[in-house]
Design a protein around this ligand. Structure first.
Ligand code: THU
Length: 137
């Protein structure tokens, strides 16, 4: 995937952040998931008055994709926070992303915007030895 395509996906994540429901933290996050068929699924964080029930952008994006029937094919995940704050998926989101990725043995690239540019990792680096669908025997 080209650098331009990375930029496009990050731009989609930035745009998705505008739809965040984040009245408590005011920390608006967007996520954009690129699939092998070229589809892009975006979402933003959705907070709750019971703060601990808030959902991150990456989690809502995975839920949206899976509710659309997607089961694997996840190639790239882009995440964007406010004012290019350094961002990478939280631990829970790493686990949620792993579920979708593991369904077809994928190991998506994860792009996180930051103060010093875009950082990138493989999901397996962010979540080594993850617990996934195969772990239940
Ligand atoms: N948040 C995300 O949506 N994604 C992340 O990767 C980190 C944190 C959200 C959760 C909460 O709504 C707000 O950012 C502040 O933690």
């Amino acid at each position: 995937m080209s650098v331009n395509a990375h930029e496009d996906l990050l731009a989609a994540a930035r745009k998705a952040a505008e739809t965040a429901y984040a009245p408590y933290s005011n920390f608006r996050v967007g996520a954009a998931l690129l699939f092998a068929d070229g589809a892009v699924v975006t979402a933003a964080n959705v907070e709750n008055a019971s703060y601990g029930l808030s959902l991150c952008a990456e989690t809502t994006a995975v839920a949206r994709a899976m509710a659309d029937g997607r089961r694997g094919g996840l190639v790239v995940v882009a995440v964007s926070g406010p004012d290019a704050e350094d961002i990478s998926p939280c631990g829970r989101c790493r686990q949620v992303l792993n579920e979708l990725a593991a369904l077809d043995g994928g190991d998506p690239l994860v792009l996180g915007e930051g103060r010093n540019g875009v950082r990138e990792w493989r999901l397996s680096t962010l979540l080594p030895d993850g617990f996934g669908p195969d772990s239940l025997g």
